[in-house]
Design a protein around this ligand. Structure first.
Ligand code: UDP
Length: 429
């Protein structure tokens, strides 16, 4: 293989993610009885189903956010669900980030060394997986090749793609496609994300937020304001924020540029860029350093990471207090942060990308924008028109309540599992 990396067999076992308990009945008040009852009904025939969720990080991005609620709720309904994350060193995650970026359409090549790193970690993961699952759900490209190392496995394998894979870079897709096609099923966020010619049965499921976790639960205004004030933000001055990984697709430097333009009209305007440092995202610190350099000495710009203790509860408070929440995504799978912000009644300006327009109806629950100038214009419009901002906020809460809360995602997931479980039964007859 190569001399630079530790390839001792067994050194890259996938790690079990330990999770707190959750109860589906706690969601009745917020999401309604109908969807919770439907989840219970679907789960009746799934009791004891052994489900493994395989992803690449337990913290710091949308997939981790989803699984940390979905898996406990599956367990609450009697499903024997487990979540493991693949482990790897920087070179593995550099390779997988290239695959991630290539899948979202960046024109990138993956070197022979990176290919072998990727496959070695996938093989190690496969070796550590015991052959007793009914369903294995593989999230995104990081563990996409695991199935290829377990050819006689009896489980049904699902590839769950969370990114916009509508126009993948041909080199990346030629590499990944044979691995993806070894799965029994593939799930995408939107129909338009299904890469052309994929030969696997597919369906789509839209993600959702957990209204009862610390990031999204109702927060009294005084506590939200106190929390934001403690971060050094001036509560007497207007604030805009973007909460996102430091990633080129989220365009944090573009947010900075839009803030500078908006400040020409609102000189007091503050900006908080909040970014979690996912361990599977080696690009983040480089982008962070660039932003830090750009805003050095600039009053009113704040840069936070989860390493500073700015995590779930603080993110909740910032989204709650901000006058405008920005999500300047250029390409986006879904963008949970948009629903998170809408759920708090925030005025939101977001990029017309991927799953964002399915959450944010332009002119009804917020504003969609295209380029930096457009973002600046939408931000200043919402700052000028607080009544409009409030109107969008109220409509946004309704939209999320009806479409993007966790029990709906659980229901859609259980429906898929029911179909898969039936086909497991068929194949065992
Ligand atoms: N997030 C967070 N802290 C941060 C940045 C992001 O908790 O500093 C969370 C965010 O609230 C959301 C998730 O990470 O729950 C990001 O999901 P999204 O779908 O928006 O984007 P992804 O990172 O998966 O591309």
């Amino acid at each position: 293989m190569n001399e630079q990396h530790d390839h001792t067999p067994g050194s890259a076992r996938p790690q079990l993610v330990r999770l707190r308990k959750k109860s589906i009945d706690r969601y009745r008040d917020v999401a309604g009885d109908a969807v919770v009852d439907e989840c219970r009904e679907l789960a009746d025939s799934l009791r004891g189903l052994r489900v493994l969720e395989l992803s690449s990080t337990a913290t710091g991005g949308g997939v981790a956010e989803l699984l940390s609620s979905l898996v406990p709720l599956e367990r609450d309904l009697g499903i024997d669900a487990e979540w493991r994350v693949v482990t790897g060193d920087r070179s593995f995650f550099e390779a997988t980030k290239r695959l991630h970026n290539g899948l979202q359409g960046m024109d990138l090549a993956i070197s022979e060394l990176q290919t072998s790193e990727y496959l070695w970690h996938n093989e190690e993961t496969a070796r550590a997986i015991e052959d007793h699952w009914d369903v294995v759900v593989v999230h995104d490209p990081q563990p996409a090749a695991v199935r290829s190392f377990l050819k006689r496995d009896a489980a049904k394998w699902v590839w769950r793609c969370h990114v916009d894979s509508s126009h993948p870079c041909p080199g990346t897709w030629n590499f990944l496609r044979p691995y993806v096609e070894l799965h029994d099923w593939a799930v995408f966020t939107l129909d338009e994300f299904i890469p052309p010619g994929l030969e696997v049965p597919t369906s789509t499921i839209l993600p959702a937020i957990d209204p009862l976790n610390s990031k999204n639960r109702a927060l009294p205004s005084y506590l939200a304001r106190q929390t934001v004030g403690d971060l050094g933000i001036d509560l007497e001055r207007p604030l805009i924020t973007q909460v996102s990984r430091f990633d080129p697709w989220k365009d944090p430097l573009g947010v900075l540029a839009a803030w500078r333009m908006a400040r020409e009209e609102f000189p007091q305007l503050q900006l908080a860029l909040v970014g979690a440092m996912a361990p599977d995202d080696p690009e983040a610190w480089d982008i962070y350093a660039k932003i830090e350099n750009e805003i050095r000495g600039e009053a009113g710009a704040f840069l936070f990471t989860d390493q500073m203790g700015v995590a779930g509860f603080e993110v909740n408070a910032i989204q709650h207090v901000a006058d405008v929440v920005v999500q300047k995504s250029i390409r986006e799978g879904f963008g949970l942060v948009v629903s998170e912000a809408l759920w708090k009644g925030a005025a939101v300006v977001a990029g017309r990308a991927g799953g964002i327009p399915s959450q944010l109806i332009d002119g009804e629950t917020g504003l969609l924008a295209d380029d930096t100038t457009d973002f600046a214009a939408c931000i200043t419009e919402l700052l000028r028109r607080p009544e409009l901002a409030r109107q969008f906020g109220a409509a946004g809460i309704r939209r999320v309540r009806e479409n993007f809360l966790m029990p709906r995602l659980l229901r859609d997931t259980l429906r898929l599992m029911k179909d898969l479980a039936e086909s497991v039964d068929q194949s065992r007859k």
